[in-house]
Write a protein that binds this ligand. Sequence first.
Ligand code: NAD
Length: 263
Amino acid sequence: MPQLGFGVWQVPDDEAERAVATALEAGYRSIDTAAIYGNEEGTGKALAASGVAREDLFVTTKLWNSDQGYDATLRAFDASLEKLGLDYLDLYLIHWPLPARGSYVDTYKAFEKLLADGRTRAIGVSNFLPEHLERLIAETSVIPAVNQIELHPHLQQHASREFHTEQGIATEAWSPLGQGKGLLEVPAIVAIGRKHERTPAQVVLRWHVQLGNIVIPKSVTPSRIKENIEVFDFSLDTEDLAAISALNEDRRIGPDPATFDAG
Ligand code: NAD
């Protein structure tokens, strides 16, 4: 899986086609969508029109909450694949654990079948807390390849990252730029950007990359789409990394996975 990909949350279906096409032209090969984003069709059209060979693409989508459960999952997977216009997926994720419903183990057993049948090349989860992963690992056979969680300098997720490393699960950061809200104006990040002649977004993405996180920044602005992938030709030094790590506030932008139960 490429360490940096393109996220399309909140991109309407008709704009997703253009945004994903721009990202593919800029060199992105990994695209992160979800059934609930309503843009699997637009994403699929851009993938088909790009001329990029299927084996060079890495496509992730996610099972929405209302489709949890063994049979519903198998149906939802078929619907997503059809909208994307693909004959296999690279990574399928359970979008939220919904612990109060208690259905993520059954859901994941359907994921294991999809994996065994070659319909998806990898399976994983999103928004799982260590306690949810512990139950999943105890009751199923395949360790999730990835846990995609909210992660940025204001929410560094030390406990989850450590648990993932112990279990061999890759950590993928959603809202890696903190949704651009405030984080990109933090003086320490702006100063590090000036020092390296890079933008604040590039500094934050580079911090993730050096920590080993997979990142999927989103933008619909062509110049920013290009800017966000240009983070592999410079390095932050230990002082820069320490200054960004000091910004942790354990502050979520999104919902708490322990209680989130929508959809
Ligand atoms: P993000 O942290 O990627 O921030 C995106 C916003 O930051 C943009 O809308 C724009 O306002 C700003 N931005 C982007 N590039 C910039 C640049 N170079 N300079 C200045 N501002 C810039 O936020 P996100 O979209 O929430 O997260 C990224 C992806 O993560 C999503 O698109 C989606 O694929 C995934 N995601 C997953 C979940 C989940 O529950 N699994 C939840 C949220 C997001």
